[in-house]
Design a protein around this ligand. Structure first.
Ligand code: SF4
Ligand code: SF4
Length: 179
């Protein structure tokens, strides 16, 4: 989303100064970018539909959208960004068609990990990811996949950079103390 696309009338709160823009700019450069945070009308329908909020009241995707829009980088250190489980209910209920709450969370987690925030959250899921990368299944049971499919999976892990990213995160997490 460029500032031009955001549109003056949708830039609801205030113009961002250069420092404030760094978070929005970082999100814009992510491969999953595409959300226009300035079109959010803060109606809260996303929160009403969000099952994660029901079990973790501190998690509020409307508030996270607002903080991103305001350039509040402290959102990257907020443990609540690890409460979303990507169900997309927020996207389906949003009256705007260009706000993807779950993608926002993926991007925020990526940016948080880049600055070594939230590593203990990541550490808990690394074994599941490792099993999937190796066997194409999420448990330690014997894979039911054809060996050719598993070979293809291994190639994809390499070619997409997924394996490299995983190993980088694993190295970071291995040096992380439990909170
Ligand atoms: S439902 Fe959409 S417009 Fe309403 S607060 Fe959530 S993200 Fe913003
Ligand atoms: S994708 Fe995340 S933020 Fe959106 S409704 Fe589901 S749990 Fe809530």
């Amino acid at each position: 989303m460029s500032s031009e696309e955001a549109g003056g009338e949708e830039r609801m709160v205030r113009d961002l100064n250069d420092q404030d823009k760094s978070l929005v700019d970082a999100i814009d450069q992510h491969p999953l970018s595409g959300t226009n945070y300035f079109s959010c009308i803060q109606c809260g329908r996303c929160v009403g539909a969000c099952p994660a909020t029901r079990v973790s009241p501190a998690f509020n995707i409307r508030e996270i959208n607002r903080r991103v829009r305001d350039g509040d980088e402290s959102v990257l250190d907020d443990p609540s960004i690890w409460d979303c489980f990507y169900c997309q209910a927020c996207v389906n209920t949003c009256p705007k068609n260009n706000i993807d709450g779950y993608k926002t969370i993926i991007i925020l987690r990526d940016l948080a990990l880049n600055k070594n925030a939230g590593l203990h959250h990541m550490k808990r899921v690394l074994p599941v990811i490792a099993t999937f990368m190796e066997k194409g299944v999420l448990t330690d049971e014997k894979s039911w996949l054809d060996p050719a499919c598993i070979d293809e999976l291994h190639q994809l892990n390499e070619q997409t950079g997924f394996k490299e990213r995983f190993e980088s995160l694993k190295n970071k997490c291995d040096g992380e103390e439990a909170p």
